[in-house]
Write a protein that binds this ligand. Sequence first.
Ligand code: IMP
Ligand code: MG
Length: 183
Amino acid sequence: MINKDIARVLISEEELSKIVSRVADEISRDYRDEDKRLVLLCILKGSIVFMGDLMKKLTVPVEIDCMRVSSYGSGTESSGQVNIVLDLIRPDLDSCDVLIVEDIIDSGRTLAYLTKYLLNKGVKSVRTCTLLDKPSRRAVEFTPDYVGVEIPDEFVVGYGLDYAERYRALPYVGILKPEVYSE
Ligand code: IMP
Ligand code: MG
């Protein structure tokens, strides 16, 4: 049954599974023959569900790590400023080929900032992967290496994505009824 606050399902559980399989195949193919030490970096909390499904479908050896950043206030518009709430701390950064795993790219600020931040910090390489991309919303130029699916400019929740910390556990990606956030 669909949650009462969801206007409609944008990407069903079955579609998500196919999308994640396709992205996992692309990553596995690219990293198979390369002499890389793949570290999937989950950007908490939104990417938890995507990352969990993605890593199970990879056919190459992988390590995982987490960071948490905040760019959002409480509403549906980004504050524009990226804050690191939980940093990546490990002694072997210079041998890590980091693949940042994001739930969604909106303005592009979070991934543009994080890519630079991690390279400055001394990781060996950085690539980026996002489940959802809203290209029409870009405020800074940013092109991810792997994209699940492009979506229109709608505020979506579920499969890890939240509004005010709610709806993350929905198994699909749905469009939130506007009255929920304009109340
Ligand atoms: P960016 O820095 O503007 O690209 O914002 C990326 C972050 O904003 C994502 O990691 C999400 O946490 C959040 N975000 C952007 N659009 C949505 C949405 O439609 N639903 C839920 N969170 C979103
Ligand atoms: Mg996020």
